[in-house]
Design a protein around this ligand. Structure first.
Ligand SMILES: Cc1cc2nc3c(=O)[nH]c(=O)nc-3n(C[C@H](O)[C@H](O)[C@H](O)COP(=O)(O)O)c2cc1C
Length: 385
């Protein structure tokens, strides 16, 4: 299978599976406990049907939206994800350049493998920094200052990861950051020599946004669960979130809001956006799908804050359904990570191009010429609960 054989995100998933050592693939593909929430995040879109209008004169369409004051050519954000250098040697640089080429918002993680400063100078398109709230207040302050200096357009505080989800695939494989070459893992790496050579002989793995402060940034191999459980502040509360918003002073987003009550509190502390998200099913298994939870949150705070529907998106029509249900835009991680892992920057570009094409085709077939024409009249839920 080659990149040109990939016609949708699931094809990229298959190619990534072929090309990655299984512990690395399972880190991307896996989720918490029984992985019910991860499956549900995508299945939720299939439980809802679109109702098209025809003869609508849709020769010219505008797929752009404005999110947190910045224009994005598609109603789709590339969500921040950790450790991209491990998936492909081009890592975050490939994703940043692909996002810029298509004019999209994208994010980098606190656990990014390139620095805030490099991303700041590399791309002109809007970028968010995903903020993990560490016990080490010096580290928190330093990340905020670095993001300000690098002119990031938004800070997204992740609120669903005060402790690590129980990711059983990682527990079985012993996946660590950076990958540890033990006798038991060596075989899986040896079976994928192309990945192994790229990993060993190209630029060294680093976590440059953490390495001055915590041992997780120094190259010592630790599990992701151990990073979350030892470094993050489990006592994080609304006061701390509000203080962070003030210290940052720019566009502020809470990533991982799921309840209408929390969405209301996000408005009260002055957040500009919320990402309805369960971290791609990697944290609380059994948590509701963002798309299922969207109407409740739109009823509670629609028009008062921007609402980003995160996770499970694998098709352009999923994005159109999220917009129809009241989201400002959709976002996702695996939709570009499988492609990054499969083929680096050309892979990510092809994945975005496929989604762009699906969004444009879907809008035309629905009879809408701009994203703001999508509303709940376009949707019928099959199982209302
Ligand atoms: C491999 C991987 C790493 C991730 N790393 C982070 C991270 O460092 N910080 C964060 O807030 N979310 C992280 N996420 C969650 C994504 O930002 C996003 O919420 C999730 O991928 C959405 O689900 P989807 O993959 O089905 O689109 C990660 C997701 C994956 C798959």
């Amino acid at each position: 299978m080659r990149v040109s054989d990939c016609h949708n995100i699931d094809d990229f998933r298959r190619l990534a599976k072929q090309r990655l050592p299984w512990p690395v693939f399972d880190y991307i593909d896996g989720a918490a406990d029984d992985e019910i929430t991860k499956r549900r995040n995508t299945d939720a879109y299939a439980d809802c049907d679109l109702v098209p209008d025809v003869l609508a004169g849709v020769a010219d369409i505008d797929t752009s939206v404005t999110v947190m004051g910045c224009k994005s050519a598609l109603p789709l954000i590339l969500s921040p994800t950790a450790l991209q250098r491990v998936f492909h040697w081009q890592g975050e640089r490939a994703v940043a350049k692909a996002a810029e080429k298509f004019g999209l918002w994208f994010g980098i993680s606190s656990l990014a493998t390139v620095s805030i400063e490099e991303i700041g100078t590399m791309v002109s398109t809007p970028k968010m920094f995903q903020f993990y709230y560490h016990k080490d207040r010096g580290l928190n302050r330093s990340m905020v200052e670095r993001c300000k200096a690098a002119k990031f357009d938004a800070l997204a505080l992740t609120v669903d990861t005060i402790v690590s989800g129980k990711r059983e695939r990682c527990a079985r494989s012993g996946f660590t950051s950076p990958p540890r070459f033990t006798v038991s893992s060596a075989l899986s790496y040896a079976c994928k020599p192309r990945w192994a050579l790229d990993y060993l002989f190209r630029e060294k793995f680093a976590l440059p946004n953490l390495d001055t402060h915590v041992r997780e940034g120094t190259g010592e191999a630790v599990s992701i669960a151990s990073y979350f459980n030892s470094m993050l502040d489990v006592g994080m509360d609304w006061k701390m979130a509000e203080q962070l918003r003030q210290d940052w002073g720019g566009a502020f987003c809470l990533k991982g809001i799921m309840s209408a009550a929390d969405a209301r509190r996000a408005v009260e502390i002055g957040a500009d956006a919320i990402m309805i998200s369960n971290h791609g099913g990697r944290q609380l298994d059994g948590s509701r799908a963002p798309f299922d939870q969207l109407p409740e949150i739109v009823d509670a705070v629609g028009g008062e804050i921007e609402i980003i529907c995160d996770g499970g998106v694998r098709r352009g029509t999923h994005v159109l359904k999220a917009l129809s249900a009241g989201a400002s835009c959709a976002s996702g991680g695996r939709l570009y990570l499988y492609a990054l892992a499969a083929a680096g920057q050309p892979g990510v570009e092809r994945a975005i191009a496929l989604l762009k094409d699906e969004i444009e085709r879907g809008m035309r077939l629905l009879g809408v010429s701009s994203a703001d024409q999508l509303n709940s009249n376009r949707l019928r839920r099959r199982n209302c609960c």
